[in-house]
Design a protein around this ligand. Structure first.
Ligand SMILES: NC(=O)c1ccc[n+]([C@@H]2O[C@H](COP(=O)([O-])OP(=O)(O)OC[C@H]3O[C@@H](n4cnc5c(N)ncnc54)[C@H](OP(=O)(O)O)[C@@H]3O)[C@@H](O)[C@H]2O)c1
Length: 315
């Protein structure tokens, strides 16, 4: 009996010590100060709204020299005014820089090459490229035009790929830089009626995973960030199977994470040079593990979800 109690007591002590070490490790990670972003040249695509706009705000406040990208110059100009008035110089010791703007459409491959030249002309180099711009999709595969599948891929996959490849040579030459991409939980699991979006984000994850391995030797980190739902206009701006705008703020999006919280997590991931970050609650995180560890159950759950959504549409 004593022997059993002794073994049980030792196991309990080892268990407590392991939990203590784990908590200490997490605390140390939190306290790690990371790289300073003061004066760093940070390029943000899709800076005109949602997460991109919040990223612009938090990187501006950190003292970065911003190059904001979007399709609409006047909306970008509005963002520049908003972020400068929200964080006046006097509020912190950080030196703030008025953001520069480069206007182009990521879905136009020729425009991306020219835009990369304009971006480089701003400060001569790029320290951090944040590929954030993106578009979502809602639709049934059976009713979706192939052109829509291609268009979503152009913006979410080929756009960031083209911009990254155009800016990489300068980073490699300097042996310095950092490539970030905002993917999605849907880059790790595919959910029904989101085919074009999920496919584009899976492709994004794969490309940037390859890139990370290939350019580590040049001291250029690659960070893939996969958020769950964020409270932005992404679903409103989503395209449907025939290319028209979806125009609805989905409940999942409306009750999603605050864009500012996600932007702060992006800032943290950049300063810590994290490789792969999932920003989601327990259910999506569990689903990501299920997809790998118990795919049969994952597929069953997704089929049931598809049936429910279909029924909901018919009713
Ligand atoms: N919201 C979510 O629930 C959620 C979840 C996971 C991941 N994400 C990802 O987060 C990123 C930001 O999305 P958001 O939620 O902030 O949505 P959003 O408010 O709709 O912002 C999307 C941004 O992308 C830009 N954009 C779209 N198409 C473009 C194109 N062809 N060329 C250049 N810029 C283009 C838009 O600029 P314009 O002003 O020119 O339209 C806008 O600034 C996306 O990559 C999205 O996939 C969002």
């Amino acid at each position: 009996m004593d022997l059993i109690a002794g073994v049980g007591g030792r196991s309990f002590n080892i268990f407590c010590a392991s939990i203590g070490l784990l908590l200490l490790y997490r605390l140390l990670l939190r306290l790690r100060s990371g790289t300073s972003l003061q004066d760093a040249v940070v390029v943000i695509t899709g800076a005109s709204s949602g997460l991109g706009k919040e990223c612009a705000q938090v990187f501006y406040s950190a003292g970065a020299r911003l190059v904001l990208c979007g399709r609409d110059g006047s909306r970008l100009q509005q963002v520049v005014q908003e972020i400068s008035s929200k964080s006046p110089q006097t509020q912190s010791s950080k030196h703030r820089h008025t953001p520069k703007m480069v206007v182009f459409d990521l879905a136009e491959t020729n425009a991306v090459g020219r835009a990369a030249e304009e971006i480089l002309a701003c400060y001569g180099h790029v320290d951090v490229l944040i590929n954030n711009a993106g578009i979502s999709y809602r639709g049934n595969i059976l009713d979706t035009q192939l052109s829509v599948q291609r268009d979503v891929m152009e913006t979410n996959y080929f756009g960031p790929v083209a911009l990254t490849q155009a800016l990489l040579p300068s980073m490699v030459q300097r042996r310095s830089g950092h490539v970030v991409v905002i993917s999605s939980v849907q880059g790790k699991i595919a959910i029904p009626y989101r085919s074009a979006y999920a496919a584009s984000k899976h492709a994004t994850q794969a490309y940037f995973d390859c890139l990370r391995a290939e350019i580590e030797q040049y001291k250029i980190p690659v960070t893939v960030i996969s958020p769950g739902y964020i409270r932005t206009n992404l679903s409103v701006n989503a395209v449907t199977g025939d290319g028209t705008k979806y125009g609805v703020l989905d409940k999942t999006t409306a009750t999603g994470w605050e864009p500012r919280d996600v932007a702060l997590a992006v800032l943290r991931a950049v300063s810590l040079k994290s490789k792969d970050v999932v920003l989601a609650g327990p259910a999506p995180t569990l689903a990501i593990y299920l997809r790998t560890l118990w795919p049969a159950l994952f597929f069953k759950l997704m089929s049931s979800r598809a049936r429910k959504e279909q029924k909901h549409k018919i009713e």
